[in-house]
Structure formats: C-alpha cells, structure tokens
Design a protein around this ligand. Structure first.
Ligand SMILES: Cc1cc2nc3c(=O)[nH]c(=O)nc-3n(C[C@H](O)[C@H](O)[C@H](O)COP(=O)(O)O)c2cc1C
Length: 214
C-alpha cells in the first residue's frame, strides 16, 4: 500500500482537538459561563476543553511590549497550546466587554506572534435581552478578521438566557435549545477538523514526493 493510501485510511479516524474556552464575562454568576458549561457537556467526545482565563490580565499598554507581564505571557502560552478557541461572551453596551477586548489586544502582540492567527475560532453568546449578543459578535468578527483568524460562520449562536433555560450544572431544559447547542458543537468540531487539515499542505507535498520515489 502506498503512503498516500495509508494516510487516506487514517484520515477516517476522528482526530482529537484541544479547545481553549474564553469567557467574556468576569462575573462569578455569569450566564455565559453557564452557557459554556452546557456547551462542553454537549460537545463531541473528540473535543477536549480547557479554560483560558482573561481576568488576571492588566490593561494592555504598548510600553510593555518589550517586557510582557507574567499574566500576559501565560495567556499567550495558553493560546499557543490549544488547537482552537471557543469564545462565549456577553454583549456590553452593544459591543464586546472591555475584558475581552483587552485580552484580544494582548493576543495581538508581538506582531510576529499573533495568538489568534490561523487559530480556528467560534463565538457564541448569551444575553438577558432578545438580541442575544448579535451586535457584540459582529464587532468580534471584525477584530478577528483583522487578526487573520479563521472564524466559524455557520451556525451563529445568539442565546436569550431566560430563567431556568440552563441549570447551574449546565443542563439545558428546553429540548430545541439543547439540540441547537449540540448541533453547534458538532459543527464546531467539523470546522476545526477542516481548518487543521487544510493547514497541512506541506505535509501532503512531502508524502506525494515520497510516493514518487517509492
Ligand atoms: C455594563 C452592561 C452593559 C450591558 N449591555 C448590554 C447590551 O448591549 N446588550 C445586551 O443584550 N445586554 C446587555 N447587558 C445585559 C447583559 O446581557 C446581562 O447583564 C448578562 O447577564 C451579562 O452576561 P454575563 O452574566 O455572562 O456577565 C448589559 C449588562 C451590563 C452589566
């Protein structure tokens, strides 16, 4: 069997990916943290999650570019260690919360090491209002586009968090929402898989040249 056939056979195996979860809210009672809990429970088992915290980051200041504070170094290290990112965020005053913008600013420096560049990312948000964070997510898309981030475009997730919709443990009590969130995470898995594979062209060129020599 040629190397290329072997690779094709392996490609049917479901890859595992590690996803960093960024919660845009710093509140301990955050409805977005609750939503994140629900999403993790409904995700395919091939996805593993770890939270990337943004609450210890000082306010970004480019005077510190030459000497990043420890919290910022750790944040960028956390970003480097994951295959993909899931942002679960509220909307504050028709945009993203300042804490999330601050984290994105740190992520974007130094210029030659932008943490979101080529990192498959999905966003979803919960709001007490009916618009469910739609404006914040449009702003977030624009920022990530500037940072050369592949962002999942479909499905979009705008959740109006009515009382009891998600329990503190992350159980979703409304069947249609539960099915939507499950579908969202399945699509996220497929998106990550597509992005990661499409980013390995060099490997395929190498395999093809090995085949030619065989
Ligand atoms: C400062 C502030 C601004 C807000 N602005 C918006 C807004 O623009 N759109 C919206 O849908 N909800 C807005 N809300 C209401 C939030 O949806 C609600 O407080 C939600 O619980 C925040 O998410 P969290 O619990 O995850 O922090 C705002 C809340 C705060 C505290």
């Amino acid at each position: 069997m040629l190397v290329f056939d072997l690779v094709k056979e392996w490609s049917h195996v479901m890859e595992k990916y590690t996803v960093g979860v960024i919660i845009g809210s710093l509140s301990k009672d955050s409805i977005n943290r609750k939503l994140a809990r629900a999403l993790l429970r409904l995700a395919p088992s091939e996805l593993e999650f770890r939270e990337i915290r943004i609450d210890a980051l000082p306010l970004y200041n480019h005077d510190l570019d030459e000497n990043f504070p420890r919290a910022a170094r750790e944040f960028k290290q956390d970003m480097d260690e994951v295959d993909a990112v899931l942002i679960v965020t509220p909307e504050y005053n028709r945009s993203i919360p300042g804490a999330l913008k601050n984290a994105i600013d740190w992520s974007s420096r130094p210029r030659e090491h932008k943490s979101f560049e080529h990192k498959p990312t999905a966003m979803i948000g919960a709001s007490s209002g009916a618009l469910g964070t739609v404006v914040a997510q449009q702003h977030l898309r624009a920022m990530l586009s500037f940072l050369n981030t592949p962002v999942m475009t479909f499905p979009e997730g705008y959740i109006q968090m009515k009382p009891g919709l998600v329990t503190d443990d992350g159980d979703v009590t409304v069947e249609t929402t539960l099915e939507f969130l499950r579908m969202y995470m399945n699509e996220f898995y497929k998106f990550i898989d597509r992005e990661v594979r499409s980013f390995q062209p060099q490997q395929e060129v190498m395999i093809e040249s090995m085949e030619e020599k065989a």
